[in-house]
Design a protein around this ligand. Structure first.
Ligand SMILES: [Mg+2]
Length: 423
């Protein structure tokens, strides 16, 4: 079973955590330099104000007339509350994956027969209540057999009447009910253009997509869309590292195969995450102006729980892996602590904007998209991730994923080549 926990209007909700006086008011958050609206709370949305990406100056009078509370983006606050959210949620399952600043997947293991003693519905309720109690952030919880179904359930939890923040897809009837009420464009991984083409083929809702023939979908679209069809039917196809990054922030994070107690290995791990996130950032033609770097022990560790996150602001937006790695190195002093058995770490790239809209800093002329990065991406796209990498992430990574059950690498590793004896 997978769960997806997702904060309702994250930025606006974060603004309400420490200022209870605005909890019942419409709150609108502005982007970088107060240019556009980037988030609005539920109350504001209901009032019809706070439409995303509308330039602030155009609606300023309207917002003021409606008594809206206006805030500039406070990424330091959002990143820190995000880390708290992830820490709370990750206590509930043996595995997790941070997908964005306000979304975390939980994974309960491959055995489909496992059910928590309190039942899935109650379990989801417990997560939601605990998060509210400990962070004052309102979340929706969706559960399903695959990440895509968990995402669909989360959509239902928030948008489909009758679910009230929690939806568990654990039967065929609920699966069909949820998918039938969901527009195909709302399915995870189905962008606007693909949705339009699916509509032309007569596929309007998620259930129709689930019932489509995978082979045809693959031929008309791509392997990715085909995977979505399988996932909607309960067959897991997604690999976290290949999951498309959300537009607004990019996270790379992982729990380790074994605990790390060594500063150098932790730095290598963080640098590797910086590298993965940076490549995703460049792939979507974006730049980031801020970064969060975090590491933690396991919440189940008998030695006690430790977590630390560092926020780093860049002088100008960048997409250069080297700068992200430098930030990781600089944060090490504050993050690493002797005697802590580190269990997970990661980075998040925040305050992302499109490369074409970026305003550069005239005092930081070197901080621009470099040919070196393009060259690295080209080589890695051709020969596989990590074919070339910066030395800063280390050559020998002891923290690599636990893969005890891995089959031999018959074709790519001399030691594992099949041997023949001729007698
Ligand atoms: Mg959200």
């Amino acid at each position: 079973m997978y769960a997806l926990c997702d904060v309702n209007s994250m930025y606006a909700s974060c603004e309400k955590v420490f200022d209870a006086s605005i909890r019942k008011k419409p709150v609108v958050v502005l982007t970088n330099n107060d240019g556009c609206i980037c988030a609005a709370c539920g109350i504001a949305k209901q009032m019809g104000i706070g439409k995303k990406f509308v330039p602030f100056f155009e609606v300023r009078d309207q917002l003021e007339a409606a008594g809206a509370v206006i805030r500039s983006s406070n990424y330091e606050l959002y990143a820190d509350l995000s880390e708290k959210l992830m820490a709370v949620c990750s206590r509930f399952a043996p595995h997790h994956h941070v997908y964005s600043i306000d979304e975390i997947f939980l994974f309960y293991g491959k055995t489909s027969t496992y059910v928590p003693p309190e039942g899935w519905q109650q379990h989801a309720t417990n997560i939601r209540r605990t998060v509210w109690k400990e962070t004052r952030l309102p979340i929706g919880v969706g559960m399903g057999k695959t990440p895509t179904l968990a995402k669909a359930a989360n959509h239902a939890a928030k948008r489909i009447e009758g679910f009230n923040g929690i939806a568990v897809i654990n039967s065929e009837s609920v699966r069909k009910q949820v998918l039938a009420k969901m527009k195909v464009g709302d399915v995870w991984g189905i962008g606007r253009r693909i949705a339009a083409r699916l509509n032309d083929m007569g596929i309007l809702n998620a259930l129709q997509l689930a019932n489509a023939k995978p082979g045809i979908i693959r031929k008309e679209f791509s392997v990715l869309v085909e995977s979505t069809v399988y996932e909607l039917n309960g067959v897991v196809k997604l690999n976290w590292d290949e999951v498309r990054a959300p537009k607004k922030e990019i996270y790379s994070t992982r729990s380790f195969g074994q605990r790390i107690m060594d500063a150098e290995q932790l730095k290598y791990a963080l640098s590797t995450h910086a590298e993965i996130a940076a490549a995703k950032l460049r792939k979507q033609n974006s730049m980031a102006k801020a970064m969060t770097i975090f590491a933690a022990s396991s919440p189940h560790d008998p030695m006690g729980y430790y977590r630390k996150s560092i926020f780093h602001h860049f002088a100008a937006p960048t997409n250069d892996t080297r700068l992200f790695m430098q930030a990781c190195s600089a944060a090490m002093d504050k993050i690493f602590k002797d005697g802590i058995r580190f269990y997970r770490c990661g980075v998040g790239l925040l305050d992302i904007s499109d490369k074409s809209n970026v305003q550069f800093d005239m005092f930081n002329p070197t901080n621009i998209d470099s040919e070196l990065m393009q060259c690295m991406d080209k080589i890695n796209n051709k020969y596989g991730r990590g074919a070339v990498h910066l030395a800063g992430r280390g050559i020998e990574q002891k923290f690599a994923m636990r893969r005890e059950f891995l089959s031999p690498q018959y074709t790519t590793r001399a030691r594992d080549f099949p041997k023949l004896w001729c007698v």
